[in-house]
Design a protein around this ligand. Structure first.
Ligand code: SAH
Length: 214
């Protein structure tokens, strides 16, 4: 763990870049400045860890672009102590950011290798994230309801179980497939038992949220 504070200057630079790109939430920027993103990279690609790009993490999957992580986290309006469900643990980086903001994080990953790897890395970084191996479409009914739910893969539609597992006034941030290669970022607030307020926040590009058959 001796290189935990390595690349601090690169992280500061990344934060400046994110500010220029429109990220305003100070706490989110602080979390990005703190978490060593290079820990979530394969050692062969460390030089790319602080570029504002998505990157391969193996198993055909990617760690989201820092701007995307920052924007989704900002939209989630995380409060200390919030119970948050993440769909798509991937590298574990987004989970680490949420946990640094003081949230109680539950994260589901459907790829066994990525699940194991992220779980070990988060433990090493002392991030208290509960990692689950399973299908995110179903959410995590045994731990519901959640204050916040974040989906970090392109969903073809908004899965009903996720809406059900949201607390009243809770927020779901989810990229929903609109036209193939791009997804619309949706922020859905639960305003009543079966009432939701939905707002769109531009286009993003994610790897697909996979189902049982693909
Ligand atoms: N949040 C991640 C980015 C993950 S990329 C990070 O910070 O690195 C999307 C992830 O969603 C991939 O790891 C993929 O395996 C996973 N995924 C795809 N479909 C899924 C599903 N149905 N349930 C859970 N995870 C899924």
């Amino acid at each position: 763990m001796e290189d935990l504070y390595k690349h601090q200057a690169l992280r500061k630079k990344l934060v400046e870049q994110l500010k220029k790109s429109g990220i305003k939430d100070f706490k989110v920027l602080q979390a990005i400045e703190k978490i060593p993103r290079h820990f979530f990279f394969n050692s062969a690609f460390l030089q790319f860890a602080y570029d504002d790009v998505a990157f391969q993490i193996g198993e055909g999957q990617t760690i989201s672009q820092p701007y995307t992580v920052a924007r989704q986290t900002e939209l989630l309006e995380v409060r200390k102590g919030d119970k948050i469900l993440e769909i798509g643990t991937g590298s574990g980086y987004q989970s680490a950011i949420l946990s640094t903001l003081g949230a109680e994080v539950y994260s589901i990953e459907r790829n066994k290798k990525l699940h194991e790897r992220a779980k070990a890395m988060l433990k090493q970084l002392h991030c208290h994230v509960q990692c689950f191996y399973g299908d995110g479409y179903k959410g995590l009914p045994e731990f519901a309801p959640f204050d916040r739910i974040i989906v970090t893969a392109a969903a073809p539609y908004v899965p009903e179980p996720l809406l059900e597992q949201l607390k009243l006034r809770g927020i779901l941030v989810i990229p929903v497939d609109s036209k193939g290669s791009a997804q619309t970022m949706k922020k859905i607030r639960k305003t009543g038992e079966n009432e939701y307020d939905t707002k769109d926040y531009g286009n993003f590009s994610f790897v697909p949220l996979l189902g049982e058959t693909n």
